[in-house]
Design a protein. Structure first.
Length: 295
Protein backbone atom coordinates (compact mmCIF):
# COMPACT_ATOMS: atom_id res chain seq x y z
CA UNK A 1 0.00 0.00 0.00
CA UNK A 2 1.48 3.25 -1.11
CA UNK A 3 1.75 6.04 1.32
CA UNK A 4 -0.60 9.07 0.93
CA UNK A 5 1.35 12.04 -0.16
CA UNK A 6 1.51 15.17 1.92
CA UNK A 7 -0.31 17.19 -0.76
CA UNK A 8 -3.26 14.77 -0.67
CA UNK A 9 -3.51 15.08 3.10
CA UNK A 10 -3.49 18.85 2.85
CA UNK A 11 -6.22 18.70 0.17
CA UNK A 12 -8.41 16.40 2.29
CA UNK A 13 -7.94 18.63 5.33
CA UNK A 14 -8.88 21.69 3.26
CA UNK A 15 -12.05 20.02 1.96
CA UNK A 16 -13.07 19.02 5.50
CA UNK A 17 -12.41 22.52 6.73
CA UNK A 18 -14.52 24.02 3.94
CA UNK A 19 -17.32 21.55 4.71
CA UNK A 20 -17.24 22.42 8.42
CA UNK A 21 -17.19 26.12 7.58
CA UNK A 22 -20.15 25.76 5.21
CA UNK A 23 -22.05 23.69 7.77
CA UNK A 24 -21.38 26.26 10.49
CA UNK A 25 -22.47 29.16 8.30
CA UNK A 26 -25.58 27.26 7.21
CA UNK A 27 -26.43 26.44 10.82
CA UNK A 28 -26.06 30.06 11.82
CA UNK A 29 -28.40 30.96 8.97
CA UNK A 30 -30.96 28.47 10.22
CA UNK A 31 -30.13 25.44 8.10
CA UNK A 32 -29.38 22.02 9.53
CA UNK A 33 -27.73 19.94 6.80
CA UNK A 34 -28.18 16.69 8.73
CA UNK A 35 -31.86 17.21 9.47
CA UNK A 36 -34.65 17.51 6.92
CA UNK A 37 -36.88 20.57 7.28
CA UNK A 38 -39.70 22.51 5.64
CA UNK A 39 -39.45 26.16 4.67
CA UNK A 40 -42.39 28.41 5.55
CA UNK A 41 -42.98 32.09 4.79
CA UNK A 42 -44.28 34.26 7.64
CA UNK A 43 -45.23 37.91 7.02
CA UNK A 44 -44.77 40.51 9.79
CA UNK A 45 -45.51 44.23 9.88
CA UNK A 46 -42.54 44.79 12.20
CA UNK A 47 -39.55 42.46 12.78
CA UNK A 48 -37.58 44.65 15.21
CA UNK A 49 -35.26 42.39 17.20
CA UNK A 50 -35.71 39.39 14.87
CA UNK A 51 -32.53 38.11 13.21
CA UNK A 52 -31.32 35.09 11.23
CA UNK A 53 -31.07 32.00 13.43
CA UNK A 54 -33.72 33.35 15.84
CA UNK A 55 -35.47 30.32 17.36
CA UNK A 56 -38.95 29.11 16.52
CA UNK A 57 -40.64 27.41 19.48
CA UNK A 58 -43.76 25.37 20.06
CA UNK A 59 -44.87 25.05 23.70
CA UNK A 60 -41.39 26.21 24.74
CA UNK A 61 -39.60 23.58 22.60
CA UNK A 62 -37.45 24.74 19.66
CA UNK A 63 -38.76 23.32 16.38
CA UNK A 64 -36.99 25.58 13.87
CA UNK A 65 -34.91 28.62 13.04
CA UNK A 66 -35.29 31.79 11.01
CA UNK A 67 -33.19 31.29 7.86
CA UNK A 68 -33.56 34.70 6.19
CA UNK A 69 -35.72 37.80 5.84
CA UNK A 70 -36.62 40.17 3.01
CA UNK A 71 -39.10 42.91 2.20
CA UNK A 72 -42.37 41.74 0.67
CA UNK A 73 -42.11 42.62 -3.04
CA UNK A 74 -45.89 43.19 -3.15
CA UNK A 75 -46.01 45.36 -0.02
CA UNK A 76 -42.83 46.98 1.20
CA UNK A 77 -44.46 47.85 4.55
CA UNK A 78 -44.23 44.15 5.40
CA UNK A 79 -41.31 41.77 5.91
CA UNK A 80 -41.23 38.10 4.93
CA UNK A 81 -39.38 35.85 7.36
CA UNK A 82 -38.37 32.45 5.97
CA UNK A 83 -38.61 29.85 8.69
CA UNK A 84 -37.05 26.39 8.59
CA UNK A 85 -39.09 23.99 10.73
CA UNK A 86 -38.45 20.33 11.45
CA UNK A 87 -39.91 17.92 8.95
CA UNK A 88 -42.19 16.28 11.47
CA UNK A 89 -43.78 19.54 12.59
CA UNK A 90 -47.15 20.21 10.99
CA UNK A 91 -48.74 23.63 11.42
CA UNK A 92 -52.57 23.60 11.26
CA UNK A 93 -54.26 26.43 9.41
CA UNK A 94 -55.47 29.17 11.74
CA UNK A 95 -52.53 28.67 14.10
CA UNK A 96 -51.15 31.75 15.81
CA UNK A 97 -47.60 32.79 14.85
CA UNK A 98 -46.32 35.63 17.00
CA UNK A 99 -43.04 37.51 17.35
CA UNK A 100 -41.97 37.93 20.98
CA UNK A 101 -39.14 40.30 21.94
CA UNK A 102 -37.61 40.03 25.42
CA UNK A 103 -36.44 42.96 27.55
CA UNK A 104 -32.84 42.23 26.49
CA UNK A 105 -33.79 42.65 22.83
CA UNK A 106 -33.59 38.99 21.72
CA UNK A 107 -36.55 37.79 19.67
CA UNK A 108 -38.23 34.45 19.02
CA UNK A 109 -41.17 33.23 16.98
CA UNK A 110 -43.80 31.48 19.08
CA UNK A 111 -46.24 28.96 17.59
CA UNK A 112 -49.72 28.27 19.01
CA UNK A 113 -51.39 25.51 17.01
CA UNK A 114 -55.09 25.47 16.19
CA UNK A 115 -56.51 22.18 17.57
CA UNK A 116 -59.88 22.53 15.79
CA UNK A 117 -58.80 21.74 12.24
CA UNK A 118 -57.00 19.00 10.34
CA UNK A 119 -55.92 21.25 7.44
CA UNK A 120 -52.22 22.18 7.49
CA UNK A 121 -50.11 24.93 5.93
CA UNK A 122 -47.90 23.95 3.02
CA UNK A 123 -44.53 25.38 2.04
CA UNK A 124 -46.23 27.48 -0.65
CA UNK A 125 -48.57 29.21 1.81
CA UNK A 126 -47.89 32.60 3.31
CA UNK A 127 -48.63 32.76 7.04
CA UNK A 128 -49.65 36.02 8.69
CA UNK A 129 -47.65 36.76 11.84
CA UNK A 130 -48.31 39.21 14.65
CA UNK A 131 -45.98 41.06 16.99
CA UNK A 132 -46.57 40.87 20.73
CA UNK A 133 -46.46 44.10 22.70
CA UNK A 134 -43.56 43.88 25.13
CA UNK A 135 -41.94 46.08 27.73
CA UNK A 136 -39.97 48.01 25.12
CA UNK A 137 -43.14 48.86 23.19
CA UNK A 138 -44.77 49.99 26.41
CA UNK A 139 -41.75 52.16 27.16
CA UNK A 140 -42.03 53.76 23.71
CA UNK A 141 -45.64 54.66 24.49
CA UNK A 142 -44.80 55.96 27.95
CA UNK A 143 -41.99 58.31 26.90
CA UNK A 144 -44.22 60.74 24.90
CA UNK A 145 -46.72 60.84 27.76
CA UNK A 146 -43.90 61.51 30.22
CA UNK A 147 -42.71 64.40 28.06
CA UNK A 148 -46.21 65.88 28.27
CA UNK A 149 -46.17 65.50 32.06
CA UNK A 150 -42.81 67.23 32.51
CA UNK A 151 -44.22 70.82 32.37
CA UNK A 152 -46.91 69.87 34.86
CA UNK A 153 -44.36 68.30 37.20
CA UNK A 154 -42.22 71.44 36.93
CA UNK A 155 -45.26 73.57 37.79
CA UNK A 156 -46.03 71.36 40.80
CA UNK A 157 -42.43 71.62 42.03
CA UNK A 158 -42.55 75.40 41.66
CA UNK A 159 -45.76 75.51 43.69
CA UNK A 160 -44.20 73.33 46.38
CA UNK A 161 -41.18 75.62 46.56
CA UNK A 162 -43.44 78.67 46.92
CA UNK A 163 -45.39 76.91 49.66
CA UNK A 164 -42.20 75.94 51.47
CA UNK A 165 -40.93 79.53 51.45
CA UNK A 166 -44.26 80.96 52.61
CA UNK A 167 -44.29 82.54 56.15
CA UNK A 168 -47.78 81.09 56.64
CA UNK A 169 -46.32 77.59 56.54
CA UNK A 170 -43.80 78.49 59.23
CA UNK A 171 -46.59 79.92 61.39
CA UNK A 172 -48.67 76.80 60.78
CA UNK A 173 -45.79 74.62 61.93
CA UNK A 174 -45.45 76.77 65.06
CA UNK A 175 -49.18 76.38 65.75
CA UNK A 176 -48.92 72.63 65.21
CA UNK A 177 -46.04 72.46 67.71
CA UNK A 178 -48.13 74.38 70.24
CA UNK A 179 -51.13 72.11 69.68
CA UNK A 180 -48.88 69.07 70.08
CA UNK A 181 -47.58 70.47 73.38
CA UNK A 182 -51.15 71.10 74.61
CA UNK A 183 -52.11 67.56 73.63
CA UNK A 184 -49.12 66.17 75.52
CA UNK A 185 -50.15 68.21 78.60
CA UNK A 186 -53.75 67.01 78.34
CA UNK A 187 -52.55 63.44 77.95
CA UNK A 188 -50.45 63.77 81.11
CA UNK A 189 -53.43 65.11 83.07
CA UNK A 190 -55.61 62.33 81.73
CA UNK A 191 -53.03 59.75 82.82
CA UNK A 192 -52.98 61.25 86.32
CA UNK A 193 -56.77 61.15 86.47
CA UNK A 194 -56.76 57.53 85.32
CA UNK A 195 -54.22 56.65 88.02
CA UNK A 196 -56.50 58.19 90.67
CA UNK A 197 -59.45 56.34 89.21
CA UNK A 198 -57.52 53.08 89.32
CA UNK A 199 -56.91 53.66 93.04
CA UNK A 200 -60.61 54.31 93.71
CA UNK A 201 -61.84 51.42 91.58
CA UNK A 202 -61.46 48.75 94.34
CA UNK A 203 -63.55 50.87 96.77
CA UNK A 204 -66.17 51.58 94.12
CA UNK A 205 -66.26 47.91 93.19
CA UNK A 206 -66.68 46.94 96.87
CA UNK A 207 -69.55 49.40 97.31
CA UNK A 208 -71.22 48.12 94.17
CA UNK A 209 -70.89 44.54 95.41
CA UNK A 210 -72.42 45.53 98.77
CA UNK A 211 -75.25 47.37 97.03
CA UNK A 212 -75.85 44.37 94.82
CA UNK A 213 -76.01 42.16 97.92
CA UNK A 214 -78.53 44.50 99.60
CA UNK A 215 -80.68 44.56 96.48
CA UNK A 216 -80.51 40.77 96.36
CA UNK A 217 -81.72 40.61 100.01
CA UNK A 218 -84.62 42.97 99.28
CA UNK A 219 -85.50 40.92 96.22
CA UNK A 220 -85.52 37.73 98.32
CA UNK A 221 -87.81 39.36 100.92
CA UNK A 222 -90.17 40.49 98.17
CA UNK A 223 -90.19 36.99 96.75
CA UNK A 224 -91.02 35.58 100.20
CA UNK A 225 -94.04 37.88 100.64
CA UNK A 226 -97.50 36.43 99.98
CA UNK A 227 -98.38 38.76 97.14
CA UNK A 228 -101.67 36.98 96.43
CA UNK A 229 -102.91 37.32 100.03
CA UNK A 230 -101.91 40.97 100.07
CA UNK A 231 -103.85 41.67 96.90
CA UNK A 232 -106.85 39.78 98.28
CA UNK A 233 -106.76 41.91 101.47
CA UNK A 234 -106.53 45.09 99.39
CA UNK A 235 -109.40 43.93 97.21
CA UNK A 236 -111.53 43.14 100.31
CA UNK A 237 -110.83 46.59 101.77
CA UNK A 238 -111.79 48.25 98.50
CA UNK A 239 -115.02 46.28 98.42
CA UNK A 240 -115.85 47.31 102.01
CA UNK A 241 -115.18 50.95 101.14
CA UNK A 242 -117.37 50.61 98.09
CA UNK A 243 -120.18 49.05 100.22
CA UNK A 244 -119.87 51.88 102.79
CA UNK A 245 -120.01 54.48 100.02
CA UNK A 246 -123.13 52.84 98.59
CA UNK A 247 -124.80 52.85 102.02
CA UNK A 248 -123.92 56.49 102.59
CA UNK A 249 -125.43 57.44 99.24
CA UNK A 250 -128.55 55.26 99.77
CA UNK A 251 -131.70 56.60 101.51
CA UNK A 252 -132.83 53.31 103.09
CA UNK A 253 -130.61 53.56 106.17
CA UNK A 254 -129.93 55.98 108.98
CA UNK A 255 -126.66 57.34 107.69
CA UNK A 256 -128.04 57.70 104.20
CA UNK A 257 -131.18 59.46 105.46
CA UNK A 258 -129.10 61.67 107.71
CA UNK A 259 -126.83 62.68 104.83
CA UNK A 260 -129.34 62.78 101.98
CA UNK A 261 -132.71 63.94 103.58
CA UNK A 262 -132.91 67.74 103.20
CA UNK A 263 -135.98 68.07 105.42
CA UNK A 264 -134.27 66.21 108.24
CA UNK A 265 -131.23 68.40 107.76
CA UNK A 266 -133.33 71.56 107.97
CA UNK A 267 -135.21 70.23 111.06
CA UNK A 268 -131.98 69.48 112.85
CA UNK A 269 -130.67 72.94 111.98
CA UNK A 270 -133.87 74.56 113.31
CA UNK A 271 -133.72 72.46 116.48
CA UNK A 272 -130.13 73.39 117.08
CA UNK A 273 -131.00 77.03 116.41
CA UNK A 274 -133.92 76.97 118.89
CA UNK A 275 -131.74 75.23 121.48
CA UNK A 276 -129.12 77.91 121.06
CA UNK A 277 -131.72 80.67 121.45
CA UNK A 278 -133.12 78.95 124.56
CA UNK A 279 -129.70 78.63 126.17
CA UNK A 280 -128.96 82.27 125.40
CA UNK A 281 -132.27 83.39 126.93
CA UNK A 282 -131.66 81.22 130.03
CA UNK A 283 -128.29 82.88 130.48
CA UNK A 284 -129.77 86.33 130.04
CA UNK A 285 -133.00 85.77 132.03
CA UNK A 286 -132.51 82.92 134.44
CA UNK A 287 -135.35 84.17 136.67
CA UNK A 288 -137.86 83.16 134.12
CA UNK A 289 -136.97 79.57 134.43
CA UNK A 290 -135.57 79.18 137.97
CA UNK A 291 -137.65 80.17 141.07
CA UNK A 292 -135.70 80.57 144.28
CA UNK A 293 -137.77 80.90 147.60
CA UNK A 294 -136.16 82.09 150.77
CA UNK A 295 -137.83 81.04 154.06
Amino acid sequence: MSKISKEVKIGIAFILAMFILYYGISFLKGFNLFKSSNLYMVVFDDVSGLTQSSPVTLNGFQVGLVSSMQLDPNNQNQVIAYVNMDKGVKLPKGSKVSLDVSMLGSAAILLETNPYTKEYYTTSDTIKGIRKKGMLDAADNIVPKFEVLLPKIDSILTGLQTLTNSPALSQSLTDINQITGDLAKSTKQLNQMMQGLNKDLPVISSNLNKMSGDLSGVSNKINQMDIAATFQSIDSTIKNLESLSNKINAKDNSIGLLLNDRHLYDSINNTIGNASSLLKDIKENPSRYINVKVF
